[in-house]
Design a protein around this ligand. Structure first.
Ligand SMILES: Cc1cc2nc3c(=O)[nH]c(=O)nc-3n(C[C@H](O)[C@H](O)[C@H](O)COP(=O)(O)OP(=O)(O)OC[C@H]3O[C@@H](n4cnc5c(N)ncnc54)[C@H](O)[C@@H]3O)c2cc1C
Length: 244
C-alpha cells in the first residue's frame, strides 16, 4: 500500500471482531460481505480507509487490507468487497466465510481518504474492486456543496465487473457536477486504456493543473497513472493513490 500523507485519523490499534450479516455476490468471482461489530458498536471510519483482516491459514496467519466500501453514515453493517485472485489464499479464506461466521480485524487505517473534499475539480480512476474505497469517497465529495466537476474513469474486463453501476447512474442523474465513463478492456490492456483516457482528459485537453486525483488499482499501472499526472504539472500532494 502506498500513501503520501499522514493518517487522516488516529488508527485504533486493538483487534476488533465482526460477524458476517449478509453476503452479496456481484459476479461469480466478486463478493461483498456486510459485517457488524460483535461489540454492538458502530465502526467509525473516514471514506477511503481500510481494515486489516486476520486470516488464519493452517500454521500461518496473514493480515490483509480490505477497503470499506460503504459509507460512514450508513447505519447497520459495513461492507467490504473483494475478488478472487489466482493463487490468492487469503481472499479464498474470505470466500469460505458463511453467514454468522466471525473474523478479527484491526483498523480502520489509511490516508487515502476524503474527509472534507478539496475545493477543486476532482478526478477518480479505478479498476474492478478498486472502486471500493472510491465509492464512499465519491459520495462524500458529492454530498458537499461544491459545484466543482467530479469525473470517474472506471475500468473492468467486462460490464458485469463494473460494480455499483446503479449507484453510479444515480449519482450522475442527481448530481449535475458528476459524470463517469466506463472502460471495458482485457486485463492486460486496462492500464494502457486508463492511461490514454487520463492523458486525453486531464493532460492534453487543457492547461488547468488545479485538479485533485484519487487513483486506486492493482500493481504498477497505478504508479504510471500517478506519474503521468504529477509529471504533467499537477501538484504532488493533489495526486492521491492507493496501489494494491
Ligand atoms: C490498502 C489496501 C486495500 C485493499 N482493499 C481491497 C479491497 O477492498 N478489495 C480487494 O479485493 N482487495 C483489496 N486489497 C488487496 C487485498 O489486500 C489482497 O492483496 C488480495 O485480496 C489478495 O490477497 P491474497 O492473500 O489472497 O493473495 P496474495 O498472495 O497476497 O496476492 C497475490 C497477488 O494478487 C495481487 N492482488 C491484490 N489485490 C488484487 C485484486 N483485487 N485483484 C487482482 N489481483 C490482486 C497482489 O498484488 C499480489 O501480487 C487491498 C490492498 C491494499 C494494500
Amino acid at each position: 500500500m502506498t500513501a503520501d500523507a499522514p493518517p487522516a485519523t488516529t488508527a485504533k490499534r486493538g483487534t476488533l471482531n465482526a460477524r458476517v450479516e449478509r453476503i452479496v455476490d456481484h459476479t461469480s468471482d466478486t463478493r461483498s460481505l456486510f459485517l457488524s461489530l460483535t461489540s454492538g458498536k458502530h465502526l467509525r471510519f473516514v471514506p477511503g480507509q481500510f481494515i486489516s483482516i486476520t486470516i488464519p491459514l493452517g500454521d500461518e496467519t496473514r493480515s490483509r487490507p480490505y477497503s470499506v466500501a460503504s459509507d460512514p453514515e450508513d447505519r447497520g453493517p459495513f461492507e467490504i468487497c473483494f475478488n478472487r485472485v489466482a493463487g490468492g489464499r487469503g481472499v479464498a479464506w474470505l470466500f469460505d466465510l458463511r453467514l454468522g461466521d466471525t473474523l478479527d480485524f484491526s483498523g480502520p487505517f489509511g490516508a487515502f481518504t476524503i474527509d472534507r473534499p478539496p475545493e477543486a475539480e476532482l478526478g477518480f480512476i479505478a479498476e474492478g474492486t478498486a472502486i471500493a474505497p472510491l465509492r464512499p469517497m465519491l459520495k462524500r465529495a458529492l454530498a458537499s456543496s461544491s459545484a466543482h466537476k467530479i469525473h470517474l474513469i472506471y475500468a473492468a474486463p467486462d460490464s458485469d465487473h463494473i460494480l455499483y453501476a446503479a449507484d453510479l447512474d444515480a449519482f450522475a442523474r442527481t448530481a449535475p457536477n458528476f459524470s463517469f465513463e466506463t472502460v471495458i478492456a482485457a486485463p492486460e490492456n486496462i492500464y494502457d486504456r486508463l492511461f490514454d483516457l487520463a492523458d486525453a482528459r486531464w493532460v492534453s485537453a487543457d492547461a488547468d493543473r488545479t485538479r485533485h486525483f484519487y487513483i486506486c488499482g492493482v500493481g504498477k499501472g497505478v504508479i504510471r497513472l500517478r506519474d503521468l499526472l504529477r509529471g504533467a504539472g499537477y501538484e504532488r500532494r493533489a495526486v492521491h493513490y492507493e496501489q494494491w
